[in-house]
Design a protein. Structure first.
Length: 278
């Protein structure tokens, strides 16, 4: 039997928002496996916040930007331990220099970005230097980019959340306004994938299993569980895949339909979203 500590219970509670006793019971049942414990809570009908309990990822800054030709967009997350340091001007200035470096050099990966230089110091060394000045652990934890006929960046107020996306067309009337609204959709609704076919097999299997267990606990017949679970899966697609989500400014249409109002062939090719603590 796994040794379940108070720290384990508290971590699960911070991740999910579930009650302490429910978290402890789920961890005991899952033998200490956090992901299995989350599924157990879901199967029991818990409404979970699913927050991440990593202190180092809770504070910092998220910035997104596009190149002047709007064909490349990048987003970064620079982390620190406290909100006090996140608001420090030197920390903010360094983050802005990092996103500018991304736009200028277009690194192919986070590792490539860390190897680039600012003032004769690699980014990796610069982050360590900043750690020495603030006394807090610093980490450049994320770097993502998109390339497309039209790339768009959206920074949410407070710089704790940002989104970037690519569209398959650049010359459409009102295209930048449309793109901005879709970027805000991504920021607000946190889709897990672009479309149904982009959801990974493990997530689909997990949602079907959770759906079956929920239906079983509702007393549904065993021969109906698969059908019910597939219905729940379709609801999952509608709520969690960008093109199938209800458009936040008009719930009568999906994001796909909103795009097609501007141009029948217009669509999102890819997107990225970063949020502190998520």
């Amino acid at each position: 039997m796994a040794n379940i500590t108070a720290s384990d219970v508290n971590k699960l509670r911070q991740m999910t928002g579930a009650g302490m006793m429910d978290c402890k019971s789920a961890l005991v049942e899952s033998e200490g496996d956090i992901e299995k414990a989350i599924d157990i809570l879901r199967k029991k009908g818990q409404k979970l916040a699913l927050k991440r309990a990593d202190r180092d990822a809770n504070q910092g800054i998220v910035l997104a930007k596009t190149t002047d030709d709007k064909k490349f967009a990048a987003v970064i997350m620079l982390n620190c331990e406290t909100d006090f340091v996140a608001k420090n001007q030197e920390f903010i200035d360094y983050a802005n220099r990092l996103i500018d470096l991304c736009i200028t050099e277009k690194p192919a990966s986070l590792e490539a970005l860390l190897a680039l230089s600012i003032d004769g110091r690699t980014v990796a060394e610069g982050v360590i230097d900043l750690t020495g000045k603030t006394g807090e652990k610093m980490q450049l934890s994320h770097y993502e980019f998109v390339e497309a006929p039209l790339a768009v960046a959206y920074n949410h107020f407070g710089n704790r959340l940002a989104a970037i996306l690519g569209l398959n067309k650049a010359v459409v009337e009102g295209i930048e306004e449309v793109a901005k609204h879709v970027a805000m959709q991504i920021a607000a609704m946190a889709p897990v994938a672009l479309d149904k076919d982009d959801v990974d097999a493990d997530t689909i299997a997990r949602e079907i299993e959770v759906g079956k267990d929920q239906a079983r606990q509702e007393g549904k017949a065993e021969d109906m569980l698969e059908k019910i679970a597939l219905g729940k899966l379709n609801k999952f697609y509608k709520e969690n895949t960008l093109l199938n989500q209800e458009y936040i400014n008009d719930s009568k249409v999906s994001v796909r339909e909103y795009l097609q109002k501007a141009d029948k062939e217009l669509t999102v090719t890819t997107f990225r979203r970063l949020q502190l603590g998520a």
